[in-house]
Write a protein that binds this ligand. Structure first.
Ligand SMILES: [Zn+2]
Length: 82
């Protein structure tokens, strides 16, 4: 999965970008009634199916989607080296 950054902020000579060297975003769902949670997944489908199964089993209908994304700061090469 490739994500396009919506904004890139620069501080001094550091640049923060999505980290594509490892896992993509991690998706989880949590029940807002009882706090039970799905397993972590690299896609949305598993956590969404968990919500439907949890709703069917408990009658709880409110859920929170949790997405964990990874970033990496990189020290930029200085301009004018040549
Ligand atoms: Zn619940």
């Amino acid at each position: 999965m490739v994500t396009t950054p919506r904004a890139v902020w620069r501080f001094a000579d550091w640049l923060l970008q999505p980290d594509t060297s490892g896992s993509g975003p991690i998706f989880e769902s949590e029940c807002t009634t009882c706090g039970d949670a799905s397993d972590a997944s690299d896609g949305k489908e598993g956590p969404e199916v968990w919500c439907l199964r949890h709703a069917g089993a408990t009658g709880h209908t409110g859920f929170r989607a949790v997405v964990t994304s990874f970033f990496r700061a990189r020290l930029l090469e200085r301009d004018g080296a040549g």
